[in-house]
Design a protein around this ligand. Structure first.
Ligand SMILES: [Zn+2]
Length: 312
């Protein structure tokens, strides 16, 4: 059999792969920055506030199958919906950083990104008594400043990026952060979301069809010794028909054996230990990729020779 991963992580107890079911508990945070009149959009708010029903249901599902999950929660959501978030904390699932009001990190100054990062960490710590160990950028919009800021905040990991199928190290002048990468194929939004208010008009897929995509990724991770990280949302995947498929999926994975279900923090700490003892040598990527637009776009050219942007 062709080995597609040259350098798999040695997972605990000889597991074939690591699996982390993660949920981004955005609730209505993003809507308020997207629309000044968000407070009046009751139907859109109701779609997003399904989180209040879905999160306890997901916690019940995790507890039933004795697995721990990770919830990426904007700081504002922790402050606005403490009872919902407390159901996560009470069952000792992981709370992780996901912006403050689901702001786009690329739109913030470096100081702004730092301020809202710290404010979000405080909100999560107030509720759970524990600083988050990692995070995922809202909209995956990790900025050129993010690695340095996350390293300075003491984060062990990030899970916003997609540059590999296994953990890698991001190195910035300020320090290092382990990336636990995922991919759009693992996100429930392209499968299920239909939201006029977010200008996302797509036909929703049947749950068994969506699961085919997630499970194809799982089969490959299982075969290759990889990492399988979902990016789901309580108000999207926490609905009855979809979560029923997730329950079937967990049963199938548990019956298979050799799957290490873990939180993102557990996976990151394991990878950190493997790096320290030499049993895993990760790829190291210098961040950010770019500090400014590439010079080919900004250096002077004789009139008429500039590279043109696509029109339209
Ligand atoms: Zn989000």
């Amino acid at each position: 059999m062709l080995e597609l991963l040259d350098n798999p992580v040695p997972w605990p107890n000889g597991a074939r792969c690591a699996a982390s079911i993660t949920f981004d508990m955005d609730t209505d945070s993003a809507l308020h920055l997207s629309h000044a009149d968000a407070y009046k959009r009751v139907a859109a708010l109701s779609w997003l506030r399904y989180d209040e029903v879905a999160v306890p249901r997901i916690v019940k599902l995790f507890n039933h199958y004795h697995i721990k999950g990770t919830f990426f929660v904007p700081g504002w959501c922790a402050e606005r919906y403490p009872a919902t978030v407390e159901t996560i904390v009470a069952s000792e699932h992981e709370l992780a950083y996901h912006g403050y009001l689901h702001e786009n990190p690329m739109d913030q100054t470096r100081e702004g990104e730092r301020y809202w990062l710290e404010r979000s960490i405080e909100a999560i710590e107030r509720l759970s008594g524990k600083r988050p160990a990692g995070g995922r950028a809202p909209y995956y919009n990790y900025s050129p400043h993010s690695t340095g800021l996350l390293a300075q905040a003491g984060f062990v990991y990030d899970s916003s990026l997609m540059a590999d199928s296994q953990p890698y190290v991001m190195r910035a002048p300020e320090g290092e952060v382990i990336e636990l990468p995922t991919d759009w194929a693992m996100d429930d939004w392209p499968q299920y979301a239909h939201s006029p208010d977010f200008r996302y008009l797509m036909p929703t897929r049947a749950p068994d069809k969506a699961m085919e995509i997630f499970m194809a990724e799982f089969e490959a991770a299982y075969e290759c010794g990889g990492l399988w990280v979902t990016v789901w949302h309580p108000f999207v995947t926490g609905r009855l028909a979809r979560l029923a498929e997730v329950a079937k999926m967990i049963e199938a994975m548990q019956n298979r054996g050799g799957v290490w279900f873990a939180t993102m923090e557990e996976i990151a700490l394991h990878v950190q230990r493997c790096i320290a003892d030499g049993s895993y040598t990760p790829r190291v990527v210098s961040m950010p990729y770019y500090e400014e637009p590439i010079p080919e776009l900004t250096e002077g050219f004789p009139a008429g020779l500039e590279l043109r942007k696509p029109s339209g």
